[in-house]
Design a binder for this molecule. Sequence first.
Ligand code: PEP
Ligand code: MG
Length: 595
Amino acid sequence: MSQRSPSDELNFKGLPVSPGICHGRILVLKTNERTIPKYSLPESGIPKEINRFQQGLVTTRKQILEVQNQVNRALGSEEANIFDAHLLILDDPALIDETLKITRREKVNVEHAYNAIAQKYIETLTSLDTTAFEYLKERASDMKDVVNRVLDNLMGGSEQIDLKTLKEPRIIIAEDLVPSQTAGMDGKKVLGFATDKGSRTSHTAIMARSLAIPALVGLKYRGATLKSEDYVLLDAYNGQLILNPTDQTLFDYGQIVRRHADFKEVVHQASDKPAITLDGTRIMLSANVENPSDKDDVKSVGADGVGLFRTEFLFLQKNSLPSEEEQYLAYHELASALNPAPIIIRTLDVGGDKFLPHLDKAKESNPFLGWRAIRFCLQEIEIFKTQLRAILRASQQGNIKLMYPMISGISELRQANHVLDECKEELRREGREFDEDIEIGVMIEIPSAVMVADSLAREVSFFSIGTNDLVQYTLAVDRMNEKIAHLYEPTHPAMLRLIKLTVDAARRNNIRIGVCGEMAGDFKLVPLLLGLGVDELSATIPQVEGVKYLIRRLKMEEAVNLSEFALKCDSGQEILECSKELVMRVAPDLLKDQM
Ligand code: PEP
Ligand code: MG
């Protein structure tokens, strides 16, 4: 690399969401806005061009029929009928004739001609502004979908780059990355990423922490300044992206990387020891996973089990729904590798920021308040049953526990258990074995669940507090919105009281209580949770060793004093400062390692 002068260096600020430092060439992912090329053709080139257009339509037709079949299998014919409308749009004679007319008359390429006509139709449909035309407005979104498919096919494939199959290691720069893009991304090829949008508890950020990929959000980059192949250094401890770092900058950061690596080694030394406080309280410390292949890492960081298996990532990595057999193999792989350690498998939590690309789910105006998690499963019974059967079958060979997400009250729990009983009955009839005493738990992540925790506790074996959602639903702060990220406050006094209420209900009913949200892996907040009486913490794999290091330097008495004091505070900032102070006292190096 040639020497760079300090004046070439440019600094962009961002919010660090997954710690680490990396440097390398960048890949700027395009936004969804596409540029349609326009070029002239000789008279002799027109027949070939028209042939290319017809081929594009044939390919698109095949793709739509394929998606329609998949949806038909997964959801039934009513949902699949939507694609009849797509086929009608594709075959619309006016759209096709006018495209051909423009191509012949103006002697231009077909994507330009097709797009010009299609955009006119779309504009007309979207400009209808009375509710009587609601139906036609919806057709505008169908039309956009079809037009995009045709243009993808004419222009040689989608502009989306698949992060699973990157050829060279790159740092990804994008306006936004959604979980369906990051699920299954190759951690060796994606060195790091920085996005304009996103937040610390978005599933993309959680995935980055899980894979130990340094990441920033809220980058406010200007596409004009950063170009693919530019060389950058990404500092996801301090929230900086440095374009054209000088040799001196690279050298300075090299020192920091070495210091972090040395400390990681120190932390790793305690990984085979139990998570026990200095005054003898044993804490169950588990790991959150997204894939059965995480099993070796769960062992190597010395976790006591899996406190949360986010099964939706099995669904996001595929272009179709995973079958019962595929799911069974995945659950079995994890549970049998870690047996007898307990594995908590959470049933499908799609919706919110996790969309199944193959389900073509209608866009919702408030997806986090919408058709998500258990609400989705209780309506999509076949998808739910397929998963429950797979989990039950796997429970035969491992210590599996089952957990429902987003339970808001007792009736959802009972409905879910009713479906589970049906699956058990089916398996018995088929002569298939499963753990008849499989434990059932619920996530406590909606304030209403806290308020009825006693009734829930009477019908489950454990609670796991999902603080990521509990914060967003308690404080009415969208966990994805970087503009209000400063209001997303896990130490808000209301949060502490809700956690305390949940712990008390669990104690009264003699069931276990854990935390599997990101608070459990946030070193600053661990003593606070323990002091509030939580028995189990479950954090992303790279955080487990640090949490253990901290627990082994902490006295339970100090944690309890902290939480008693915090419960009397009326400011989230004050609570955060006191918690940090305690961690700074017992394990100061740890906080330097976290952002
Ligand atoms: C949570 O909400 O805290 C949680 C663990 O679930 P998820 O982040 O997948 O919504
Ligand atoms: Mg949640």
